[in-house]
Design a protein around this ligand. Structure first.
Ligand code: ADP
Ligand code: MG
Length: 374
């Protein structure tokens, strides 16, 4: 069957070297299945856990799902692919066999569905900028700041947005003055949350209820990132999230109705298992049942957080709402989980924008966004 020439050629880049490789594959599966084949020609580029760029067919991408409780992963032996420079505003990808380029395909726009470091953190965005490739989502600075929980909180705080107390610990801090770090952490009230600064999907995060447990929690977080953050834990808060999209007409960011994550046990936080595997530990309310004031406050804070980071395209802003009606920002994700059952698309669906419409919206923004410095 011949396809109309006007199909948009989209390079979907997924997988990646971060601990969220599998989640990215899941996201790529969901997005690929939702992309209308009459509108989009999908060129799959999978980055394996070791960092190899590979060609993946549309069918193989569409098949990526949780099977028997196991998340999908990319095969290291797949044919090698590489990005090439191409004159103009598109991109070019080549397949390599026996050290030779055997196939070259041009595309119009890149959609990097990568979560975590080396994907969501400005690195691949920098590659796209260097190669003048159009791409979905935040630029270099917005991605990098959004990824780093310390830089993110500093940026939000300087924009007057509420964030909880925290302490950043660099490898030098920990090496030269571990006791100073532990003493400083005692100024934060228990429970504490110890996290890799640039993590995601709750990987490497510990909830600490005794200061004596800090060194072990710090070591656990450092296995994922040499820089870590120690946060004062919020208790008796509701976890509220909002999905944000750039306004195509250049107005203020569009913010969805909020959603809520309800954990069924106080000690348990929204960890990796409850996010992707054990559905019984958590209930998602989309939209969240909130009184009008709190709902609008959440939406306002989410939109302001998006603007403070100069985020572009999309982001999910995660909030804590206290019983006193205060709203704090927990984090902003510039490439949030994006399967049909993820909060980001579900919040848009509840706000009247379907999953395929969100994808059209994002690709439309990327195709019309000016290149270069913005
Ligand atoms: N300061 C905090 N107070 C209370 N709960 C927290 C705090 N930080 C994280 N959590 C819990 O841990 C989960 C994961 O933390 P988060 O910072 O969102 O990490 P990630 O970037 O890996 O998603 C949150 O969804 C929440 O349930
Ligand atoms: Mg989170």
């Amino acid at each position: 069957m011949t396809q109309p020439a006007s199909r948009v050629r989209v390079a979907v880049i997924f997988g990646g070297v971060s601990s969220e490789h599998d989640v990215s594959c899941l996201t790529a599966g969901g997005v690929t299945r939702a992309m209308d084949p009459a509108k989009y020609d999908v060129i799959g580029i999978g980055i394996t856990p070791s960092g190899k760029w590979t060609q993946v067919t549309r069918d193989a991408m569409a098949a990526m799902e949780v099977v028997d409780g196991k998340l999908p992963r990319l095969d290291e032996d797949a044919p090698e692919a590489t990005l090439l420079q191409c004159a103009g505003e598109g991109g070019r990808v080549a397949t390599i066999a026996q050290d030779r380029i055997v196939d070259v395909r041009d595309f119009d726009v890149a959609f990097a569905l990568l979560h975590g470091p080396f994907g969501e953190d400005g690195t691949i965005q920098g590659l796209f900028e260097m190669y003048q490739v159009r791409y979905v989502g935040s630029g270099v600075a917005g991605s990098a700041i959004g990824m780093d929980k310390d830089l993110m909180k500093r940026t939000l705080q300087s924009a007057g947005l509420p964030v909880g107390p925290w302490l950043a610990v660099t490898p030098i801090d920990w090496k030269t003055d571990p006791q100073g770090v532990l003493d400083s952490a005692r100024h934060l009230e228990l429970p504490l949350f110890v996290k890799p600064a640039r993590g995601g999907s709750s990987v490497g995060i510990s909830r600490v209820t005794s200061y004596d447990d800090l060194p072990a929690a710090i070591a656990a977080a450092q296995r994922h990132d040499p820089k870590i953050v120690i946060e004062q834990g919020f208790t008796a808060v509701r976890e509220i999230e909002c999905a944000v999209l750039t306004d195509p007409e250049g107005g203020s960011p569009r913010v969805s109705l909020p959603g809520e994550i309800e954990m069924h046990t106080e000690e348990k936080f929204y960890d990796f298992e409850s996010k992707y595997l054990a559905e019984s530990q958590v209930t998602l309310h989309v939209p969240a049942i909130l009184d009008d004031d709190l709902r609008e406050q959440c939406r306002a804070v989410a939109g302001e957080a998006f603007a403070a980071l100069a985020a572009e395209g999309l982001a999910r802003v995660d909030l804590f709402a206290t019983g006193q009606g205060e709203v704090y920002v927990n984090e902003i994700n510039t490439m949030p989980g994006f399967t049909r059952f993820s909060m980001f698309p579900m919040m848009w669906a509840a706000s009247g924008v379907s999953y395929p419409e969100v994808i059209d919206w994002l690709l439309g923004l990327a195709l019309t966004r000016p290149m270069g410095l913005r």
